[in-house]
Design a protein around this ligand. Structure first.
Ligand code: G1P
Ligand code: ZN
Length: 545
């Protein structure tokens, strides 16, 4: 029985950003809010009745409720088959893999990524398309357009589904499969990496690691892969149980929020060889060695330089891509390998087209995101396994691998400074001032360095010619130093200004310095040209990565 509901609350109050729709949980709990979004998303995604859809989330508060709502609406919409991860859990990369494997029309991921969850926290919805990747701008625009017209949505009356028992169910005329996504994902990883070799690392008893699942979605995946399939000891996984409030933690894999992991890796006398963490929905990764934090931009460069050593990439890579603010370390590797290196705007969706056209094999962002052509999302555990496989092949520590890399390519010292929770107006004013003044800096000498190029980054997608403008202000000093300014597109409160700094030091220089010290002169230039302190009243950034 299909029931039509007349909507009463308008949706949305702003366009969906780079990562779908992300709001305070309470916003999603308003009557009809979630339903309005889902109705528009289903209409935009599925042009006709029928089709397969994948749904799951990172387990945060409201995940289960939202899944029940989506299932009823999918049944009313005429979806033939709905795949749901057991317990309503699916990591973002697992959704991507499932869409591809089952030739689904798309998927819905319930997550606000690394933002805290709970009734006071954030909730979010991401829509993925049939290639397994995030919705392109044309689709999010269509959802937004429909949201201005929606008058009613359709659902069915039914009891809640039991999300915890695997098997097939019937919901109206739709088949619902509650699936074991963990083992399907683990199979895919086993296909890409040399599990036998990684297992021998653990069997040796000489290699010790920890993985911090941050009480988010990757716990079950990490347990299956690291402990069950690779033989890592039972205490390898920290915070392994998914919880609705992430155990009160902030599921963001960085040096601040994964402090327990950082301490364990560097514990004097009994430190670990390897530490890693992933975020709420399992697409980000942080890699640590003893006394060595692997900058995500460097991680992409190392993976690119060494991919051919791993089974899934044995034939070499066809090309690589990085988001614009990501350091240019990988560019040097691509040049040496003789493959193309694409510079895209921030956000994963731009990589999808390049991957679909087989123009790149690997891609990554400075924000702890790395991935490859195996799915169309960044993939946290994939990056962890890539590093483990590399360590097993090279029989070197993380620090040795990094130092060796810098000794060949030189080092791109890099840091990102975030100014969070700013009032929207001064943040916008700061960017507008930079935008209007950038042209006059070209050729000028700032702090003894000449500006060679300055622009508001725009990208023309080589696969479809679409253009994305105003993606951030770049100030380049030759090809060895750079400052980038942009506003975050994922925050739920106020504005966040991100300033990215980079200084290249060649192999003949000092490759073992503190990045903040090396970059100091760029901090001064940034203050000079942007007036961050004056315009924002902030003495220092809230987060330094
Ligand atoms: C942030 C990251 C960006 C990433 C996005 C989604 O976006 O900077 O690289 O793609 O989260 O995970 P931002 O808040 O900077 O717009
Ligand atoms: Zn995420």
């Amino acid at each position: 029985m299909i029931i039509e509901h007349v909507t009463t609350s308008p949706f949305p109050d702003q366009k969906p950003g780079t990562s779908g729709l992300r709001k305070k949980t309470a916003v999603f709990q308003q009557p009809h809010y979630l339903e309005n979004f889902i109705q528009c998303a289903l209409t935009a995604l599925l042009s006709a009745r029928g089709g397969v859809l994948v749904v799951g989330g990172d387990g945060r508060f409201y995940n289960r409720t939202a899944i029940q709502t989506i299932a009823r609406m999918a049944a009313a919409h005429g979806v033939t088959r709905l795949l749901i991860g057991q317990g309503g859990l699916l990591s973002t990369p697992a959704v991507s893999a499932l869409i591809r494997k089952h030739k689904a029309q798309g998927g819905i991921v319930l997550s606000a990524s690394h933002n805290p969850g709970g009734p006071e926290g954030d909730f979010g919805i991401k829509v993925n398309i049939s290639n397994g990747g995030p919705a392109p701008e044309s689709l999010t625009q269509e959802i937004y357009r429909l949201s201005g017209e929606i008058e009613q949505y359709a659902t069915i009356a039914s009891d809640d589904l039991d999300l915890d028992v695997m098997g097939s169910l019937q919901l109206g005329e739709m088949q619902v499969d509650i699936i074991d996504a963990v083992s399907q994902y683990a199979d895919l990883m086993e296909h890409l990496f040399d599990f036998g070799l990684i297992r021998s690392l653990f069997d040796s008893g000489l290699f010790h690691m920890a993985f911090d699942a941050m009480h988010a979605v990757t716990g079950p995946y990490a347990r299956e892969i690291l402990e069950h399939r690779l033989g890592a000891p039972g205490d390898t996984i920290l915070n392994g149980e998914p919880r609705e409030d992430f155990g009160g933690l902030h599921p963001d894999p960085n040096l601040v929020h994964a402090r327990e992991l950082v301490e364990r890796v560097n514990r004097p006398g009994q430190g670990l060889d390897f530490g890693a963490a992933s975020d709420g929905d399992g697409d980000r990764n942080m890699i640590l060695g003893r006394d060595m934090f692997v900058n995500p931009s460097d991680s992409l460069a190392v993976l690119t330089a060494n991919a051919h050593l791993l089974p899934g990439y044995r034939n070499g890579i066809v090309g690589v891509a990085r988001s614009m603010p990501t350091s240019m370390a990988v560019d040097r590797v691509a040049r040496q390998l003789g493959v193309d290196c694409y510079e895209t705007p921030t956000g994963w969706k731009f990589f999808g087209n390049l991957l679909d056209q087989n123009m790149i094999s690997l891609c990554g962002e400075e924000s702890f995101g790395t991935g490859s052509d195996h799915v169309r999302e960044k993939d946290g555990l994939w990056a962890v396994l890539f590093w483990l496989n590399l360590i097993a092949v090279k029989k070197q520590s993380v620090a040795e691998i990094m130092r060796k890399h810098w000794s060949i390519f030189g080092r791109n010292y890099y840091s990102r400074h975030d100014y969070e929770g700013m009032a929207t107006e001064p943040a916008g004013e700061l960017m507008n001032r930079l935008r209007s003044k950038q042209a006059q800096w070209v050729g000028q000498v700032l702090h003894g360095r000449q500006v060679t190029k300055c622009d508001d980054f725009s990208y023309e997608d080589p696969t479809d010619g679409s253009v994305s403008e105003h993606q951030g202000i770049r100030v380049l000093f030759g090809d060895d130093a750079r400052i980038v300014f942009r506003l975050s597109g994922t925050g739920t409160e106020g504005a966040t200004l991100r300033v990215y700094y980079e200084q290249y030091v060649p192999t003949s220089g000092n490759l073992d310095q503190d990045p903040q010290a090396v970059l100091q002169h760029l901090f001064e230039i940034a203050e000079n040209i942007a007036g961050i302190k004056r315009l924002t009243g902030r003495e220092r950034p809230d987060v330094i990565t």
